[in-house]
Design a protein around this ligand. Structure first.
Ligand code: SF4
Ligand code: SF4
Length: 378
C-alpha cells in the first residue's frame, strides 16, 4: 500500500500560474482561516527572475498570496533569509527580484526575529533560525526547482536551509567538507519546520551547478505536495538522478522522514525524466571543491573561508545616537550598546541580524584577518 504522500504536477507558465495555484490548493486544502501563515520563498540572492532560475518567481508568490487572502488567514508573513554574497541584505534582495512588490504588505524581514536552537548533526551546535517559520500555524514553502553542485538538487527540502540565518550557512559549507555531512544539516533544518504545503516553481528551472547557476531550462510546471521529501524524490527523477544520488534523500529515508519510494508516492501529472537535463554529476564534483554558478566558477573551501571569518564592523560616522536596533536584533548578546556598538567577537555566530537591522548603513561584514589566520591553521 502507498503512503499518504502525493505530488501533483501542473503544466503552467508564469502568466497562467494563478490557475496552477488554484489546482494546488484544491489538491491540498490547508485550513488557514484565522491562522498565522508563513510563506517562505527561495530568495538566495539578487537576480532577474525572468532570465534566471535563482529565486522563486514573484508571479508565483503573488498568485499564492492572492489565493491565501481569499481563505481568511489572521496574518500572512512572507520572507526568507538570503544567502551567498547577500548575507545581511534580505530587503535589498527582495526588492531587486520583485519579491517585495509581490509580497506587498505581507513582506517581513524574517532575519530580524531569530531563535536559538540546538542541532546535533553534523556538529553539535547552537544556531540562530527564523522564529516566524518555527512558530507558524501554517507553513507554506514556495521552493524553486534547482540543481546544486554539492547536494545535487536544491528543491523543497533545501528551501529549509534558509531557516539558518545569514552567514551561518557559509559556516556549514566550510566545515561540512563532504556532501554526506552537509546533507545532515539540511535534514536538521528540515526537521525543525516541516512544511504543511510545498508549491514549487518549476516553470523556469535551473540546470548546471546551482544554487546560482546561470543555466536555465523551461520546464513549465508547478509542482505541489504535502511531502517535501516526496516532491524532491520526484524532481530528482525528472532531473535524471538515480536513487541515492542525492545524499539528503537517502538520509531522509533512513530517518523515516517523508517518502522517497517513487512507487509509494501518488504522483499525478507528467513526471517523466526531462530529456537532456544538464544535472550535476556525482563525481568528481561531489567533493568539497565543487562547481557552482556562484561567480561562474569553482566553489571551494577557499570561497567560503572569508565568509566564515566575516565579522560585523561598525562605522561610527553612520551610527545614530539613541539607536539600539542591531543590539536588540542580536540573538546571542554579542553586541554591547554604544556609538558604535562593540562586538564581542567570540560570541558572534554570523547570523547577520545586525546588518539586517541597521537602516543607517553603519554595519559592514568584512573578513577578520585574525580569524582568517586561525582558520588557515586548522
Ligand atoms: S543599528 Fe546601525 S545605527 Fe543603530 S546602533 Fe546599530 S550600527 Fe548604529
Ligand atoms: S553580532 Fe550578533 S547579530 Fe551580528 S552577526 Fe554576530 S551574532 Fe549575529
Amino acid at each position: 500500500m502507498g503512503s499518504s504522500s502525493r505530488v501533483v504536477i501542473i503544466e503552467s507558465t508564469y502568466a497562467t500560474c494563478a490557475q496552477a495555484v488554484e489546482q494546488a490548493f484544491a489538491a491540498f486544502p490547508v485550513a488557514v482561516a484565522g491562522k498565522r501563515v508563513v510563506v517562505k520563498v527561495n530568495a538566495i540572492r539578487a537576480c532577474d527572475p525572468d532570465n534566471s532560475a535563482i529565486v522563486t518567481h514573484p508571479a508565483l508568490l503573488k498568485a499564492v498570496i492572492a489565493k491565501l487572502e481569499t481563505l481568511g488567514p489572521r496574518e500572512i508573513i512572507v520572507g526568507d533569509s538570503v544567502g551567498t554574497e547577500s548575507y545581511g541584505n534580505s530587503r535589498q534582495v527582495f526588492d531587486t527580484t520583485g519579491l517585495i512588490a509581490a509580497a506587498g504588505p505581507h513582506y517581513r524581514n524574517l532575519s530580524l526575529n531569530l531563535k536559538m536552537v540546538d542541532v546535533e548533526r553534523p556538529f553539535k551546535r547552537s544556531v540562530a533560525v527564523l522564529r516566524d517559520v518555527l512558530e507558524a500555524d501554517v507553513y507554506i514553502s514556495l521552493a524553486k526547482m534547482k540543481t546544486h553542485g554539492m547536494t545535487m538538487l536544491s528543491g523543497a527540502v533545501k528551501n529549509n536551509y534558509g531557516l539558518l540565518a545569514g552567514a551561518q550557512k557559509s559556516w556549514y559549507h566550510y566545515y561540512s567538507e563532504r556532501p554526506e555531512l552537509f546533507a545532515e544539516i539540511l535534514i536538521e533544518m528540515y526537521r525543525l519546520a516541516v512544511p504543511d504545503l510545498v508549491i514549487m516553481d518549476g516553470i523556469l528551472a535551473m540546470e548546471g551547478y546551482g544554487p546560482c547557476s546561470p543555466e536555465v531550462r523551461r520546464v513549465n510546471k508547478v509542482l505541489a505536495s504535502n511531502d517535501a521529501v516526496a516532491l524532491d524524490a520526484v524532481i530528482a527523477r525528472m532531473m535524471g538522478f538515480a536513487k541515492d544520488e542525492v545524499p539528503y534523500l537517502r538520509i531522509a529515508r533512513e530517518q523515516g522522514l517523508g517518502e522517497t519510494d517513487l512507487d509509494a508516492i501518488r504522483i499525478e501529472g507528467d513526471c517523466a525524466p526531462i530529456a537532456g537535463f544538464n544535472r550535476p554529476t556525482v563525481t568528481p564534483e561531489s567533493t568539497y571543491c565543487y562547481l557552482s554558478g556562484v561567480g561562474g566558477g569553482k566553489t571551494s573551501r577557499t570561497f567560503f573561508a572569508d565568509r566564515v571569518c566575516y565579522r560585523p564592523v561598525f562605522r561610527a560616522e553612520c551610527c545614530t545616537p539613541g539607536c539600539t536596533a542591531c543590539v536588540d536584533a542580536c540573538p546571542v548578546a554579542a553586541l554591547k550598546p554604544g556609538i558604535p556598538p562593540e562586538l564581542l567577537s567570540e560570541r558572534c555566530n554570523l547570523c547577520s541580524a545586525c546588518r539586517e537591522s541597521c537602516t543607517h548603513d553603519a554595519v559592514r561584514f568584512v573578513p577578520d584577518p585574525a580569524l582568517l589566520g586561525e582558520l588557515s591553521r586548522t
